[in-house]
Ligand binder design. Structure first.
Ligand SMILES: Cc1ncc(COP(=O)(O)O)c(C=O)c1O
Length: 437
C-alpha cells in the first residue's frame, strides 16, 4: 500500500495535528523535520520502514547513521531483550560495559580507556571538557559548518551564512542567547583549506585545549579530509600542545579500526555514539591512557568528573556489543562496496537526467548536490539560488518513489541493503531529477 505524501487525510497528518498541541512545532527532534509534516513510523523491518499509513520505503537514512544493520536485527534485538528482561539499569556496573569497552580498546589503536555516556552530544561535550582539564586551557577549535551535537561550543558556526561568515571563518552564534564568551572561546577553521586553517590554529596557539575534527563531516556532504590537511592538524596540535579530538560518532562506520586508522589520525580523544549503541541511546569518550587519566578518581576527585544515570546501561551495552560483533572486517568491506555502488548509480542517474548535480561521500555514506561547484568544504556546499527548493522537491519525489534520504539529501547505508535495492534507487533518482526539469 502506498500513500502519496504529504496527504492531509493521512494518519501521519492526524498525528501531527495532535502533536502540535503538545510538542513545540509538533516535533521532538529538529533534525528530522520535513515540511509540511513528518511521516510517522509504524515499524522498521531490516532495510525498510513501514509508516502509520502502511507505506513501505527503503530507509537510506538509518536514524542518521545509527543503525548499521538496519531495523530490528534479530541478534541485536535478542541481546537487548535478554538484557532488559534482567533489569534495564542499575546504580552498579555490569559485565556488558566491560565487554563493550574491551571491544573498542581492541579495535582502535589510540583507545586504551573508555568512558560511556548517553549521546554523541554528551560525548563531544565531555571530550572537550576533558581536553580543557588536561591542558588547563579554555578554548577549542572546530571546523566551520561541522555538526558535533548541541553543546554550546560544539555548535558554533554550524549554520553560518555568507552574510556573517567573514573571510576567515568567524565564530557565529547558533542558538540565540549563547554567551559571547562561548564565541570568544571557539575558534573556527575551514575544512581542507590547509593554509588558512594552519594560520588560524597557530594564531590561537597555546590558548587551545583541543582541535575537534570529523574526518568526513556529514552535514556538508562527507567530504573526506585530505592527507595534507590531516598532516597539518597533527603537526599543529603537536607544536601548540593542543589535544586532537576526533569525532567518530558517524565516522566509526568507515573502518574496523576506526576512521582514524583509515585517515592516519592519531588522536588524544575519540568520541563515539550511534552504531555502538545498536539502536539505543549511547555515547562514549575514549582515548589514550594518559589523556583519559583526567576521568580517573584514583587519586581523589577527577580532574574532569563525568557521570550520568543511564550511562553504560546493560540494554544499550548488550545491543551495542551484538551490533559491533557483527561488524567484522568483511562487513565493513561489503558496506564499502554498497557505498561505491550507491555513488555510481547516483552519478549515472545525474548524468542520464541531464540535470546539474554531483554526488559526494565516502564509505557507506553519500550526499547529492544540485550544483557542480568543486566541493572542498561547508561554503562550497552552502545552497544558493533555488538549490534548496530543488533539493526539497527531489526529496519529496524520492519519498513518493519509496526512498528515504535526509531532507538535505544525504544517506547512510546499512548491511541490510543490497545492490539491487540501490539500482532501484538509481532509477527513482533519475526520474526524480527529470521531474525537476
Ligand atoms: C558527528 C556527530 N557528532 C555528534 C553528534 C551528536 O550525537 P547525538 O545526536 O547522539 O547527540 C552527531 C549527530 O548526528 C554527529 O553526526
Amino acid at each position: 500500500m502506498t500513500t502519496i505524501w504529504p496527504d492531509g487525510g493521512s494518519k501521519s497528518a492526524a498525528l501531527f495535528n495532535r502533536a502540535r498541541a503538545v510538542l513545540p512545532g509538533g516535533i521532538s527532534r529538529l533534525q528530522t523535520w520535513v515540511d509540511p509534516f513528518p511521516i510517522y513510523a509504524q515499524r522498521g523491518e531490516g532495510a525498510y520502514i513501514v509508516d502509520v499509513d502502511g507505506t513501505r520505503r527503503l530507509d537510506m537514512m538509518n536514524n542518521f547513521a545509527s543503525l548499521i544493520h538496519g531495523h530490528a536485527h534479530p541478534q541485536v534485538i535478542k541481546a537487548a531483550t535478554a538484557a532488559a528482561a534482567q533489569g534495564s539499569c542499575f546504580a552498579m556496573p555490569t559485565e556488558a560495559e566491560v565487554a563493550m569497552a574491551e571491544l573498542l580498546c581492541e579495535r582502535i589503536a589510540s583507545v586504551d580507556r573508555v568512558r560511556f555516556c548517553n549521546s554523541g552530544t554528551e560525548a563531544v561535550m565531555i571530550a572537550l571538557k576533558a581536553a580543557r582539564a588536561r591542558t588547563g586551557r579554555p578554548r577549542i577549535a572546530k571546523i566551520e559548518g561541522a555538526y558535533h551535537g548541541m553543546y554550546d561550543y560544539a555548535e558554533v558556526s554550524l549554520d553560518s551564512a555568507p552574510s556573517n561568515w567573514g573571510n576567515d571563518p568567524r565564530s557565529v552564534r547558533f542558538a540565540e542567547g549563547s554567551p559571547q564568551a562561548v564565541l570568544d572561546d571557539t575558534v573556527i577553521f575551514p575544512h581542507n583549506d590547509v593554509e588558512t586553517a594552519e594560520r588560524i590554529l597557530r594564531h590561537a596557539g597555546d590558548t587551545l585545549a583541543a582541535i575537534l575534527i570529523d574526518p568526513a563531516p556529514g552535514v556538508f556532504g562527507m567530504i573526506p579530509m585530505t592527507p595534507e590537511f590531516v598532516a597539518m592538524i597533527q603537526q599543529v596540535a603537536k607544536d601548540i600542545g593542543a589535544c586532537i579530538i576526533i569525532d567518530e560518532v558517524i565516522a566509526f562506520r568507515l573502518g574496523y579500526h576506526g576512521a582514524q586508522a583509515r585517515f592516519g589520525i592519531r588522536p588524544d580523544f575519540t568520541t563515539f555514539a550511534k552504531i555502538i549503541g545498536g539502536g539505543f541511546p549511547v555515547g562514549a569518550v575514549a582515548g589514550t591512557e594518559a589523556a583519559m587519566a583526567v576521568f580517573s578518581h584514583q587519586d581523589g576527585k577527577p580532574l574532569n568528573p563525568s557521570s550520568g544515570t543511564f550511562t553504560a546501561n546493560p540494554v544499550t551495552m548488550s545491543a551495542g556489543l551484538a551490533t559491533m560483533e557483527l561488524m567484522t572486517p568483511e562487513a565493513y568491506d561489503s558496506l564499502e562496496m554498497l557505498g561505491d555502488h550507491a555513488r555510481k548509480v547516483s552519478a549515472q542517474a545525474i548524468a542520464a537526467s541531464g540535470v546539474t548535480g554531483q554526488v559526494t561521500g565516502v564509505g557507506a555514506m553519500f550526499a547529492l548536490h544540485l550544483h557542480d561547484r568543486p566541493m572542498t568544504n561547508y561554503r562550497d556546499a552552502y545552497p544558493v539560488g533555488d538549490e534548496s527548493a530543488r533539493s526539497k522537491a527531489l526529496h519529496l519525489a524520492l519519498l513518493n518513489a519509496g526512498y528515504i534520504m535526509s531532507p538535505k539529501l544525504s544517506s547512510f547505508l546499512s548491511t541490510a541493503m543490497t545492490t539491487d535495492e540501490l539500482d532501484g534507487f538509481g532509477e527513482a533518482l533519475e526520474r526524480g531529477l527529470r521531474g525537476l526539469g
